[in-house]
Design a protein around this ligand. Structure first.
Ligand code: FFI
Ligand code: NDP
Length: 515
């Protein structure tokens, strides 16, 4: 029997961010391994015209929850969706709901965050710092609370190259930042943002670092742990390989590459691609919840959930594997033939941006105009290149994260727990993982049918022929223009033609002699 699974039985668990990528996988695993848990409270806001109940219904009816519904048929009774908006005071939770949460919760998993790189500092602080502070204040009023697990990111200290499992303080105290956001206007915040974030690349990593400081400062006598995952990708094994449901991290870029929009990135091919499957992060999170509640470490422990030091893969290799998978399972209706090139050279990268990204978009828009349709490709391309510029920071550097606490925890688990809550990335086969990831994107994000693969392959063949035809035509036009203008080019041309003629004559003569 798994000790971790048994620990969660009968427990009341509060999850924030349960409608997000990681939150859904966390809920799924909890129900699958501990179907006897008492209740999972989730803080949900209405979104995109859906009520909180409709959102929960949609999650439970997704493919991700198919196994859970077999194991725990009354799963819908065990989820208590609580209307909440983390941007509001007291999260806009009703008095009765708040009372129930405070009196019943045993474990808190705080996953909610804004993960947008370019979010306005005021909004990022509100969600990643102030909301964390408020949740900790709530947690301090929960008499039955056994553990509070905060999900941060391995990149909260990406301004350093070697990162230990400790909290690194930011120069300005989070409390001062929270206060100042209340009275500064947007224009001033915009002005001071670059100074505040310093050598971090965006407001996301900065506010996640502030969030960690808040956790440390507000911990009081709570049992707290922080988990820092690196770049979270599709599921590796559970509940099935390749599940993914949003465009964050590598997923959006894999789509852009597979559809032939994005063919090259300015990135160091040898830099470590620190991806981590979402089910690995969830397994570690649940193991940390158990360990923190049962062993009650004296201080707040931080756990790095990364792959680079134990099972490294680099961007060049990853790009190659993604491309190899596109050969087997191409995406439908690609704009161009896929490529996935990482180039460290800025000039080469600018050249490819012009030739391989912007020029085809302009030509295609010209074609759309000619055929009486609205041009759209340049707009899409500009957005894509904006996204790429935001991730360039992360694909041009390597980081080293120490993983003593994570390895210590692994050694504390029973063999059964090591199997059921596996977070040992040394067992991950990158080639297999990437193949399943690309396949998962095709199935669950693009919702493409596998039966369409032969047609997609045909389409790529047509694109290849168009590519060759276009290049040949371009070469001939350029050559013709060159010959018209330069004596030297004419001489070279006559030399080549006469050489070919002589070679053919010789070949013909020698074959006649043989007969
Ligand atoms: C050629 C080579 C190809 C190779 C392939 C080979 C292998 C793969 C290699 C790949 C290397 C990966 C490196 C990852 C590095 C991660 C670093 C980790 C950092 C820490 C990790 C974390 O701890 S945390 C998670 C990270 N946090 C995000 O990853 C949020 C990003 N995101 C935004 O910061 C906003 O989204 C942003 C973009 C501003 C737009 O902002 P915006 O206001 O202009 O627009 P919107 O957000 O409204 O989106 C407008 C339209 O862009 C679509 N879209 C949204 N995201 C998209 C996305 N990522 N890729 C594509 N498309 C995306 C969306 O679906 C909309 O499409 P539509 O218009 O059709 O609906
Ligand atoms: N994905 C990644 O690559 C990585 C993620 N992380 C961390 O993991 C955690 C989970 O990330 P992930 O699941 O990918 O993120 P998602 O963007 O998928 O999910 C974010 C969650 O936060 C909720 N949320 C956001 N704003 C509010 C609000 N005002 N009120 C209530 N809920 C809100 C969202 O709810 P709604 O559905 O209503 O928008 C959603 O459930 C985050 O803390 C993130 O920093 C760390 C490293 C990498």
């Amino acid at each position: 029997m798994s000790m971790i699974a048994a620990f969660y039985s009968g427990k009341s668990i509060l999850i924030t961010g349960a409608t997000g990528f990681m939150g859904k996988v966390l809920m799924e695993k909890l129900f699958r391994t501990s179907p006897d848990l008492k209740v999972i409270y989730i803080l949900v806001r209405p979104k995109a015209g859906q009520t909180t109940q409709q959102r929960v219904f949609q999650i439970l009816n997704s493919k991700l929850f198919e196994k859970v519904k077999e194991i725990c048929p009354n799963v819908h009774e065990k989820i208590r969706a609580i209307y909440a908006d983390l941007n509001q005071n007291d999260f806009a939770i009703s008095k009765e709901d708040m009372q129930e949460l405070l009196s019943c919760t045993n474990i808190v998993f705080h996953c909610a965050a804004t993960v947008r790189f370019d979010d306005h500092l005021r909004h990022a602080v509100q969600l990643n710092v102030t909301a964390t502070q408020q949740l900790l204040i709530m947690a301090s009023q929960m008499p039955k609370l056994e553990a509070f697990i905060h999900i941060s990111t391995a990149f909260s200290n990406c301004n350093l190259t070697h990162i230990d499992e400790v909290i690194y303080p930011c120069p300005v105290e989070p409390k001062k930042i929270i206060d100042s956001m209340e009275w500064l206007d947007d224009a001033i915040i915009d002005e001071i943002t670059p100074k505040l974030i310093g050598d971090r690349p965006n407001t996301y990593t900065y506010t996640k670092a502030l969030g960690e400081m808040v956790v440390q400062q507000e911990s009081r006598n709570l049992n707290i742990a922080i988990i820092r995952p690196s770049i979270v990708g599709a599921t590796w094994q559970e509940p099935f390989p390749g599940w993914v449901d949003n465009l964050n991290g590598p997923s959006g870029l894999i789509i852009a590459a597979g559809k032939g929009f994005l063919r090259s990135i300015r990135g160091a091919p040898m830099a470590v691609a620190d991806l981590i499957p979402v089910d690995t992060v969830v397994n570690l999170t649940l193991a940390v919840g158990w360990y923190t509640a049962v062993h009650r470490p004296k201080s707040t422990l931080i756990y790095h959930c990364t792959s680079g030091n134990l099972n490294p893969c680099n961007w060049g290799k990853m790009g190659f594997q993604v491309l190899a998978t596109f050969e087997k399972v191409p995406f439908e209706r690609a704009f161009r033939r896929p490529n996935a090139d990482f180039t460290a050279n800025t000039i080469t990268s600018q050249y490819w941006n012009a030739v391989s990204h912007r020029a085809p978009a302009i030509i295609y828009d010209f074609y759309l105009r000619l055929t009486g349709r609205k041009p759209r490709m340049t707009k899409i391309m500009n957005r894509l290149l904006k996204t790429v510029s935001m991730i360039e920071y992360f694909v041009n550097r390597s980081w080293e994260w120490s993983t003593y606490n994570t390895e210590m925890l692994m050694s504390e688990l029973s063999p059964e727990d090591q199997r059921v809550f596996n977070f040992d990335v040394r067992q991950l086969n990158w080639l297999e993982y990437i193949e399943n990831y690309v396949l998962g994107i095709k199935k669950y994000l693009l919702k493409e049918d596998m039966a369409g693969i032969p047609e997609a392959k045909q389409h790529l063949k047509r694109l290849r022929n168009i590519h060759y035809l276009f290049n040949t035509a371009l070469f001939l036009i350029a050559w013709r223009l060159l010959i018209a203008r330069s004596q030297m080019a004419r001489n070279v041309w006559f030399f080549i033609v006469s050489f070919c003629y002589k070679f053919l004559s010789y070949f013909r003569a020698s074959s006649t002699l043989k007969v």
